[in-house]
Design a protein around this ligand. Structure first.
Ligand code: HEC
Ligand code: HEC
Length: 525
């Protein structure tokens, strides 16, 4: 199989997951197991201790992406030769046996789900030391013994000797700290041995084959729902996927692909949806009945969708739409599994008519009283409950644009890296005594302007790119622009969304930087 460029490496879930679809005899014929590969390909340099532990490899734990990055480095820097299938087997084995417990990965899911690069680190000193070149999440998604955190600092300085003078790091004695006190601090914060991981290793891995009810939302396009049929792929934890989706506008789409379940809960899928190739990053709930996360277009990860899939008895996946204005009547669809029984949308909401009531779909016509109290309602269908699943509002008090801060990248223009667009969404909020409550995404009128005086002077809004009626920002071409004195099209923009609420118009804003291409990419930025 052709090797992908580093820039596209993370999309290589595609090749890993598609291996799940190969007939078992082809995939397994003569493939050595994970432990056999560690012996044959790794133990030559990573010697075994007296207890049989592999030097370094047995003193760290990480996500599938983390192991993918390390194994990539072993190939690029240290000349390790692996086929794609061997690499896939190793990543699976290492993530299963030296992975993170669900609660350890939880705070940093945004990085693997590729939601945002804007982080709020819980330790600003640590962020200044370790999150100026890459994300804080890259660090927080690893668990190591103190010696391993120290060796990692050595690897950094050995590989990038100018590191101490880079990325504003001259404000402190980087090397003294990174090789001195920091490894102890990191090992206390993110230790190799944890109760969570010890407990998780005893957790049985569920089989996912069967029928799942799917629902979700794609910014710029709207809600969708459907059915996912998970088939047994070849071998353990490998599955084939077949989707039938219906979008809020009525369009029907089919999608198919494959997925691998790592560490008993980390779902990584690769799916072809229409003419798009998308990667799925989901997590399985500990009881094995709910998959939840995000999928995104390969190479354009700002474009994607939230997704939830449920199976089993009496569970609600999602409501569409998930809000109702006081005095308004609407059709609301509840997607779920094993549904049956009395439908309730909470106080002050009347169900005028039940249009459909199957185990997977309940469609109702519902009205909110003119004087309905603004707030979130618990929704129930028989014993299936979803707390706070319906927002009842009287007026839109503010609009927040999501993401609030974003990066898009120039591209194309004859260069090999395509543009990296940004997708915005206008989310309405209502006022409440306890603070503002999220109503949900609403259609908006979009525009872009210079963010500050310099950007207005340089006409950034004219050169940087265009924002569409659905909030999709497409950056301009990379390279020098003769209309801009030979400068390129970088821009510093204010993105504005206007939502109409009755006769009022409520406005929200976001900050968008349009930067040059990204030439190097990693599975965890
Ligand atoms: C040719 C020698 C060689 C082979 C073979 C080799 N490694 Fe390494 N490995 C190194 C060296 C040198 C380092 C330290 C520098 C670095 O981190 O890149 C290292 C570091 C590591 C680390 C620590 C990384 C970190 O982030 O701290 C891990 C884990 C690792 N290797 C795993 C593997 C695995 C898994 C294999 C087999 C697929 C393997 N290595 C094969 C030479 C090798
Ligand atoms: C000068 C920029 C810079 C700084 C500062 C920096 N890193 Fe890195 N780090 C990198 C680069 C570049 C890589 C990618 C190496 C590769 O290609 O595998 C990396 C890789 C990593 C990895 C992944 C290694 C693996 O294969 O498992 C971890 C974890 C990490 N850094 C942690 C840290 C920590 C902890 C600190 C602070 C002590 C830190 N980084 C500071 C540039 C930096």
């Amino acid at each position: 199989m052709k090797r992908m460029s580093l820039g596209l490496r993370f999309a290589a879930w595609a090749s890993l997951a598609l291996a799940a679809l190969m007939p078992a005899h082809e995939a397994h014929a003569a493939e050595p197991s994970g432990p056999a590969l560690l012996n044959a390909k790794c133990s030559t340099c990573h010697a075994r201790s007296e207890t049989g532990a592999l030097f370094r490899i047995d003193a760290q734990r990480k996500t599938p992406e983390g192991w993918m990055m390390t194994i990539d480095r072993m190939q690029k820097w240290h000349g390790v030769i692996l086929t794609e299938a061997e690499e896939a087997t190793l990543i699976k084995h290492l993530a299963d046996t030296r992975g993170l417990a669900p609660e350890e990965a939880a705070p940093f899911r945004y990085a693997v789900e590729r939601r945002t690069l804007v982080e709020t680190p819980d330790d600003s000193d640590l962020a200044a030391m370790c999150a100026r070149c890459h994300s804080y999440a890259r660090v927080g998604l690893q668990r190591r013994a103190e010696g391993e955190w120290r060796r990692l600092a050595h690897m950094h300085l050995g590989q990038w000797p100018t590191l101490e003078y880079q990325s504003l790091s001259r404000d402190r004695k980087w090397w003294e700290l990174a090789s001195g006190e920091l490894p102890g601090k990191l090992a206390a914060k993110w230790p190799l041995v944890s109760e969570a991981w010890t407990a998780w290793q005893r957790h049985p891995t569920a089989s996912l084959a069967g029928r799942w009810r799917v629902a979700g939302h794609r910014p710029g396009k709207g809600d969708y729902q459907g059915v996912l049929t998970i088939g047994r792929g070849n071998g353990e934890d490998r599955y084939s996927l077949d989707y039938q989706l219906t979008w809020a506008d009525g369009t029907v789409e089919r999608a198919s692909g494959g997925a691998v379940l790592y560490t008993g809960y980390e779902w990584r899928g690769a799916v072809t949806l229409g003419n798009e190739r998308v990667s799925e990053v989901l997590r399985l709930s500990p009881d094995g009945t709910r998959l939840h996360g995000r999928w995104f277009v390969d190479g354009q990860d700002a474009i994607g969708a939230d997704m939830v899939a449920v199976r089993g008895k009496a569970v609600i996946a999602a409501l569409s739409p998930a809000y109702l204005k006081a005095g308004e009547t609407r059709r609301i669809t509840i997607a779920g599994s094993g549904l049956g029984g009395t439908v309730s949308l909470g106080a002050d909401v009347r169900i005028d008519k039940i249009e459909t009531a199957t185990a997977e779909t309940v469609t109702v016509i519902a009205s909110a009283q003119a004087k309905a109290k603004p707030g979130l309602r618990d929704v129930a269908v028989g014993t299936a409950k979803a707390s706070g699943a319906l927002a009842v509002y009287d007026a839109v008090s503010s609009v927040r644009v999501e993401p609030e801060t974003m990066l898009a990248r120039l591209g194309g223009g004859g260069a090999p890296v395509p543009v990296a667009p940004a997708q915005f969404e206008a989310v309405a909020y209502m006022a409440a005594p306890e603070g503002e409550i999220r109503i949900g995404p609403m259609p908006a009128k979009w525009s872009a302007a210079g963010f500050d005086e310099t950007a207005i002077h340089d006409e950034d809004a004219r050169f940087g790119g265009v924002v569409s009626a659905s909030g999709l920002f497409t950056p301009a071409e990379a390279g020098p622009n003769s209309k801009r004195n030979g400068n390129n099209n970088v821009a510093n923009l204010l993105i504005k969304a206007e939502i109409g609420d009755g006769a009022r118009v409520v406005e929200g804003k976001a900050h968008l930087i349009v930067a040059p291409q990204r030439w190097n990419d990693a599975a965890i930025r």
